[in-house]
Design a protein around this ligand. Structure first.
Ligand SMILES: Cc1cc2nc3c(=O)[nH]c(=O)nc-3n(C[C@H](O)[C@H](O)[C@H](O)COP(=O)(O)O)c2cc1C
Length: 176
């Protein structure tokens, strides 16, 4: 099944996972990049005011893919604004889609993501998986409660492999 992974990553976690999953699934991959340098302040402003920031380039030929997999962080319990910009632009051409995130999870589960995806894309969601660092990764007890933002998947190859296996397994199942 022809698959495209579209990802956004600010601190690198979702980039690493997206690249590994791409290898496993033999998918095409597209990175969304901000036009304006991203800062913590611009994250908060984008999320508070529901902005759709400008992206350097958008993926093309979306309708030639049978499955589009969005990957990215979760910001303030919602889809990150750069992913929202892309979804808004390409939603009409998407046949089937899934969402995978390496999020933080320090403030508890991100319960609204599946609903937000369906609302933004206007079609049924194949699967959404939120691997939050607090639950799925090798962090110390203190880190699970407050410092998930400092966790770098690049420092934990064993976590990266586990998340790659789990994400690939889920996606292979829906492609079968
Ligand atoms: C401003 C901000 C808000 C965040 N809000 C959430 C949140 O609501 N839920 C969550 O699980 N993680 C949250 N996170 C944590 C990120 O989702 C997490 O660090 C993720 O792994 C970063 O992915 P990246 O390295 O690909 O950018 C937030 C991070 C930032 C910087």
């Amino acid at each position: 099944m022809k698959t495209l992974i579209i990802y956004y990553s600010y601190t690198g976690n979702n980039k690493l996972l997206a690249e590994k999953v791409r290898e496993t699934l033999d998918a095409d991959i597209f990175q969304l990049e901000d036009v304006k340098p991203r800062t913590m302040k611009s994250i908060v402003l984008d999320m508070l005011f529901q902005k759709k920031p400008r992206i350097k380039a958008m993926p093309e030929n979306i309708s030639s893919y049978e499955l589009v997999v969005f990957m990215g962080p979760i910001w303030m319990f919602h889809l990150p604004s750069p992913l929202r910009s892309c979804m808004h632009k390409i939603k009409r051409d998407i046949k089937r889609y899934a969402f995978i995130s390496v999020s933080g999870g320090a403030l508890g589960p991100n319960t609204g993501i599946a609903k937000e995806l369906v609302k933004r894309l206007g079609k049924k969601l194949a699967v959404a998986v939120d691997f939050n660092i607090a639950q799925f990764c090798t962090v110390s007890f203190e880190a699970t409660t407050k410092d998930t933002g400092e966790y770098k998947l690049s420092d934990h190859p064993e976590d990266l492999q586990r998340l790659t296996d789990a994400a690939s397994h889920v996606l292979m199942n829906i492609r079968a």
